[in-house]
Design a protein around this ligand. Sequence first.
Ligand SMILES: Nc1nc2c(c(=O)[nH]1)N[C@H]1C(S)=C(S)[C@@H](COP(=O)(O)OP(=O)(O)OC[C@H]3O[C@@H](n4cnc5c(=O)[nH]c(N)nc54)[C@H](O)[C@@H]3O)O[C@H]1N2
Ligand SMILES: Nc1nc2c(c(=O)[nH]1)N[C@H]1C(S)=C(S)[C@@H](COP(=O)(O)OP(=O)(O)OC[C@H]3O[C@@H](n4cnc5c(=O)[nH]c(N)nc54)[C@H](O)[C@@H]3O)O[C@H]1N2
Ligand code: SF4
Ligand SMILES: [Mo]
Length: 729
Amino acid sequence: MSINFGKIMDTLGLDTRADEFTYGKDDRFGILSNAKIPEKWVKTTCGYCSVGCGMEIGVKDGKAITVKGDPDHPVNDGKLCPKGLAEHYIIDAEGRAKYPLIRGWAGFNKASWDDALDTFVTKVKDVQERYGPSSFAVLSTGQLVLEEFYALGKLVQLGFSTNNYDGNTTLCMASAVAGYKRSFGSDGPPGSYEDLEKAETVFLIGANIADNHPILAYRLFKNTSQNPNTKVIVVDPRATKTAMMADVFLPIKPRTDVYLLNGLAHLMIAEGWVDEEFVRKHTTGYDELKEHLERYTLPHVAKVTKLTEGKIYETARAIGTSKSTFFAWTMGVNHSTQGTETVNAINNLALLTGNIGREGASPFSITGQCNAMGSREASFTSSAPGYRKFESKDHRKELAAMWNIAEEELPIKRGLAYPDIIKGIIDGEIKALWIIATNPLVSYPDQARLKEALSKLEFLCVQDCYHPTPTSEIAHLVLPAAMWGEKEGSYTNSERRCSKANKAVEPPGSAKSDFDICLALAEKLRIREKLYPGWTTPEDAFNEWRQVSKGRLCDYSGMSYERLAEGPIQWPSTEEDPYGGDRLYKDGKFQTENARAKFFCIRNELPPEEPDSEYPFLLNTGRTVEHWHTRTKTGKVAILEKSQPEAWIEINPKDAKKLGVQNHDRVKVQSRRGQVDGLRVRATSIVAPGQVFVPFHFFETNVNNLTLDDACPISREPNFKQCAVRIER
Ligand SMILES: Nc1nc2c(c(=O)[nH]1)N[C@H]1C(S)=C(S)[C@@H](COP(=O)(O)OP(=O)(O)OC[C@H]3O[C@@H](n4cnc5c(=O)[nH]c(N)nc54)[C@H](O)[C@@H]3O)O[C@H]1N2
Ligand SMILES: Nc1nc2c(c(=O)[nH]1)N[C@H]1C(S)=C(S)[C@@H](COP(=O)(O)OP(=O)(O)OC[C@H]3O[C@@H](n4cnc5c(=O)[nH]c(N)nc54)[C@H](O)[C@@H]3O)O[C@H]1N2
Ligand code: SF4
Ligand SMILES: [Mo]
């Protein structure tokens, strides 16, 4: 290791086990100086990212006053990252949505739940009567508890008879989902975080874990500090904090990943590093792949990717000759018009080298939001609950029987994906929209087009735990939601580990949990017993979900609230083997019809827009450790907001010189779709010449005014990571 990683971890993964830290004696960050001694500690799971750290909330006088890492939780060894460590501040913060609000001619009026839900049902039914059931669409999230996803999916489908239902997960995970389905026959990351800790080679592509999954960076550090021979490879056009942890850093030309992956696969074959037995027994399409890869020679791939032949070869050797490789990716792969195929090219490499279903070996999609997985499994968006296929008559029959409904009530294909819902609004096919726990007026690409769409709606309901947010401000109806710490349920992290999230304090005003809002809406529709027979608590939903997932790959039947109280559990979890869910595909049997995994012959495609003389820079967008997405939460936490109060633009010093700008100058950035004014310059060689980077967290300088809404044709995930811009002083 060329870098003092321990030092980095010192600032990323704080050890909160020590009592003196919790009680404010060692107050390195000044966030705990006012901490009082809590009356009780409530065990829960972090509500930010998909790492899924276990924590405890300290409560006094009915308020959440502090948090600490749960040393018994298998994910995080009692550690938390800066966001997690300050999570209690987001509960009792300014700007919580406390009461339902109905828009009148002079602005919002406070309303009772009864009136608010009447308004909701009347408006939606009115639109549906005039334009048909699918004129109502729903956009949700990866940040509700699993029980809420499950309840909401039933309500949308069976209560409101529309399948135009999708989530912000399409802005995030859709390419990983589609890629897994194509290669292995089903969604589901096959490995565990333990594999990251045990792998001899760790290959991170388009994933900046040091900023975005800090406790995974800590788990990787555990690997490299205990095993000096572990090789870490990072593929990213930007020299991120994660790249600084690498033995081999591949500063790839943006969107040439498929070239690199094909080139590595070519080398596996050329150098005799293929696991022939695994390939013969468990895959199809090898001969075609072999032929397809012939042209991806080392010199050709090096030229296109702008990487050195030496580094590519070193990477191939690390993968080809090690006992195990953990291939992990995040948004640098998914956020692309070729997202799904890039995932397939990663899966190809894992299959060629037999790196799946065993210790240290997995093609692993690191998920984003705390419960992105729960939404993938239970939400009824891109697949029917339990990874069932809408298209399968058998699956529909099975579900209908379990739910006591007619098979015809279930859709025979998925509804519109998020970008197609937006297009549907513009085209006048969708007239009413319900947005739950997502904030598109910051996070959706090509804001001008989005605003055009939202202005055409006859009815917009926004259900959020804060108000105002950029999106709630333009709603006709705002429904106030209880948030993390105020409700019960479960989250499933990237490694398929389901952890309990528990209630520590009461929600403010008359805010209700998303779960209770579903129940209340079903009541209004007079179908509560049909949808939710005998349910009163999230546990009732969980118990039904256990039955619905039983026998499926994502089997939760061996879990219960009682068992989860003892500690989190990975799926598949069956009654016979509740704790056996460490890895998928251990027997080499995949979820395809012939039980074999599939190779795909992928060609690299150009991004939808490239720099030219008018817009000469390639804009890359992403995240920073202090902020969470659209900052509705972290913008309210002083320690986080003060350390990163505004957006910036990273420009290579050579380009800065040409533009005549210096550090701290402010610039205007324009694309074909819009502009952003007042971005502060960081002249830094973290980005290569010709490329710039801007974080997307800031509404005031929203980089999504610039981005494109082109999406992957297979997954429909937008191409957030590349578009062409010009920069002016
Ligand atoms: N602090 C913080 N943590 C978070 C979040 C947050 O908002 N803040 N959000 C959570 C969520 S929902 C998600 S999805 C994850 C996202 O986690 P990440 O995917 O790690 O986050 P990003 O910064 O969006 O993008 C990752 C990297 O992709 C690189 N990239 C861009 N173009 C290319 C390319 O062409 N090829 C390759 N190989 N790489 C490219 C970028 O330079 C960037 O470093 O983070 C989660 N964790
Ligand atoms: N340019 C660019 N754009 C991007 C990305 C990028 O890398 N670059 N990344 C994309 C990705 S990966 C993602 S995941 C999206 C994220 O984008 P969003 O989903 O829009 O971001 P959040 O800020 O997490 O929005 C969640 C909303 O839900 C509210 N909320 C939180 N908890 C609850 C709850 O329990 N109930 C209810 N009802 N509301 C709640 C929050 O206050 C907030 O308003 O952004 C995408 N946009
Ligand atoms: S790494 Fe993710 S889950 Fe863990 S404390 Fe940080 S934000 Fe929370
Ligand atoms: Mo995400």
